[in-house]
Design a protein around this ligand. Sequence first.
Ligand SMILES: *[C@@H]1O[C@H](CO)[C@@H](O)[C@H](O)[C@H]1NC(C)=O
Ligand SMILES: *[C@@H]1O[C@H](CO)[C@@H](O)[C@H](O)[C@H]1NC(C)=O
Length: 246
Amino acid sequence: MTRLALVITALTSLSRGVLGALQTCGQAQYDPAQYVCWSNQFLCPVTAGEGLSYCNGACYSKFMYTCANNILTLLEPVDTPFTLTVSNPTLSIHDKPITAGGLRLSLNGQTSSYCPSVVGDACPPGNTTSIVAGYGGASMNTLVPGGQRIYLDPSWNVAYTQAHSAYIPSGSLTTGFAAYKDGGFVNLNGNGWGWVACPPRASGPAGPAWNLIARNETNAESLNYCTPINLKVNPFPSRAAAWQYT
Ligand SMILES: *[C@@H]1O[C@H](CO)[C@@H](O)[C@H](O)[C@H]1NC(C)=O
Ligand SMILES: *[C@@H]1O[C@H](CO)[C@@H](O)[C@H](O)[C@H]1NC(C)=O
């Protein structure tokens, strides 16, 4: 790009902030906050802050698909442990970790874990929240016998079972999750409405952690104070990250 083009781009983004200026894509005009233009002819929407990519007639999310030889292809599932980070560049918590605490997964919180003293040196550090996924379900990446299963609770918050307990409230969902290599952790329940990040509410528990909630057709309206996000999968070494999360 030439120096002049850079200046023009800078001016365009400046005026866009002030005026919401439209740009052109072939014959069409579009708002760059809402669409991306591919090859000066195809418009794809921006969802969860991600300008969708284009593959031979289809717009797709890089958190789930790739375009191989012009064919839309699902990314490979991840069968090793991973951590998750928030992805939506419009949010202050972009790139912040998903954290386990209070038997819930939150955004930008503190990882909360425990290891009995008898385990001694074999205790993993327990300071990172890591997950494993497979067979449609997901669990916390822990050593505790019985494991800690991840589920959507009846309010579609993301929760995990307490160590040494298989208790899951009735009306919860334990399947419908998938994690993709170099992609995202997705919720396939409820027709792909995706995840939202809900800011801490004045009336709610204090602290910097945001709530992670799975959206669907029914709850979308009540979650309009929240922002759609993707959950980005990041590789984690093939070992347990904690004895148990609390
Ligand atoms: C977690 O603890 C280990 C061992 O004490 C340390 O090396 C690592 O940097 C810590 N990681 C984070 C994310 O704090
Ligand atoms: C959507 O989530 C709400 C909880 O927020 C739940 O009560 C409802 O059953 C879910 N709707 C669908 C269609 O699954």
